[in-house]
Design a protein around this ligand. Structure first.
Ligand code: NAP
Ligand code: FE
Length: 366
């Protein structure tokens, strides 16, 4: 018997100039904390559009780091408290969007970021308007925020149903300023959400609805990713695929690809999507033994004839990075042991053991 639920409360507004069209309707309160990274909100044109549309008060926090830490979020939360902000407008890639979610919680709950993992929070976070400028994380439609935790030497997701943004404005034009390699890195993050969600042992008929459409849309942009010729139409498809990936993992969570990717980001500075991409082919090969029809459906929708063709695609997109990391064997074992403790691994079909994870790591980064 099927048994599932589906919850995605974020209002979506997708299309060209949606921020301008929203006008004063962009505001969810009296005073906004606008949260961005150092330069992308300006570079993408999103910040200008927001400032033009917004008629109410605001204060700007433009210091979100890539792969943000709790301390970085605490800084923004303090500003929100000091300035009496009653909502947040987050503009950027997954880093500013995730940081904004944690700031929204910390602004109204007197806790340290680490306490949020252990104890949760009581007071409802500030409402968030999310405006993505990358097409990858889907954070605008997920209830997750991923933080770098130096105490644990890794990255870890924080989740809660009230972390879904209230509204998301998705304008593909904001992603046009992304350099090609960042476009590829983030696109592969979106693919990993779609595929991991579809292959998760938590997948349901409702999450499949988003995953299957998203994988098919992603399949359509493969020639453009290969050639590097990224038109606005391709940007639109990537942003849609990324949003559908977010809707998928909001229900299913991610699987062991993400758990293996975190040490590559933490210790080797690999951007998140690239860190996932390095393991995707091995993941499909492993999962094929446990859910062959589902893996074959992924290949069919991507219009790739075989698992080998998938590996070739990843090798081509990450030509400068595949086979370049030479991580010592004892570190590989440590990465596998840490990954094995995550929920992501328990959501993976075939629930890989430490030995199996070690093999997959060795195959790709020894
Ligand atoms: P990001 O870390 O937000 O941004 C990467 C780089 O791209 C930054 O240097 C950023 O500049 C720049 N950038 C962003 N938009 C740009 C644009 N339109 N034009 C030019 N440059 C631009 O990258 P991301 O891959 O989107 O997010 C990664 C984070 O999200 C990781 O921490 C990951 O763990 C997390 N994540 C979260 C979820 C979730 O469900 N919440 C899911 C997957 C991943 P600035 O520094 O100036 O902003
Ligand atoms: Fe991700």
């Amino acid at each position: 018997m099927r048994e599932f639920s589906f919850f995605m409360p974020t209002k979506l507004v997708f299309g060209q100039d949606v921020v301008k069209k929203a006008g004063a309707g962009l505001a969810l309160g009296k005073k906004a904390l606008i949260v961005t990274g150092r330069s992308s909100a300006r570079l993408s044109g999103a910040l200008d559009d927001v400032l033009e549309a917004l008629s109410g008060e605001y204060v700007l926090f433009d210091r979100v780091e890539n792969n943000p830490t709790g301390e970085n979020c605490q800084e923004g939360a303090e500003l929100a408290r000091r300035e009496n902000c009653d909502y947040i407008i987050a503009i950027g890639g997954g880093s500013p969007l995730d940081a904004a979610k944690v700031m929204a919680v910390l602004a109204v709950n007197e806790k340290s970021p680490l306490e949020l993992y252990a104890q949760g929070w009581e007071k409802k976070p500030l409402p968030i308007v999310a405006i993505p400028t990358t097409a990858g994380t889907g954070s605008e439609v997920t209830p997750y925020a991923v933080l770098t935790i130096h105490e644990e030497e890794t990255k870890r997701g924080l989740g809660g149903p009230d972390l879904f943004p209230a509204v998301a404005y998705l304008d593909p034009r904001y992603t046009a300023s992304l350099p090609l390699q960042v476009t590829i890195d983030t696109a592969v993050d979106a693919l990993s959400h779609l595929v991991e969600g579809y292959l998760s042992n938590r997948a349901s008929s409702a999450s499949d609805l988003a995953a299957l459409q998203g994988i098919a849309v992603w399949g359509g942009v493969i020639p453009a990713l290969r050639s590097g010729d990224i038109s606005l139409q391709v940007r639109e498809d990537l942003l849609l695929a990324s949003m559908l990936g977010g809707i998928t993992i909001a229900q299913t969570g991610t699987t062991f690809v993400h758990a293996l990717g975190y040490p590559l980001t933490y210790f080797h500075d690999y951007p998140h999507g690239r860190a996932n991409g390095i393991f995707m082919a091995s993941y499909l090969e492993f999962t094929h033994a446990h859910a062959p029809e589902r893996v074959e459906m992924v290949l069919e929708l991507l219009d790739l004839p075989s698992l080998n063709a998938f590996r070739e695609l990843m090798n081509e997109l990450f030509a400068d990075y595949v086979g370049k990391l030479h991580v010592p064997e004892e570190r590989i074992r440590a990465y596998a042991e840490k990954a094995a403790q995550t929920k992501n691994v328990s959501y993976s079909r075939g629930t890989p053991s430490v030995e199996e994870l070690t093999e997959i790591l060795k195959e790709n980064i020894l």
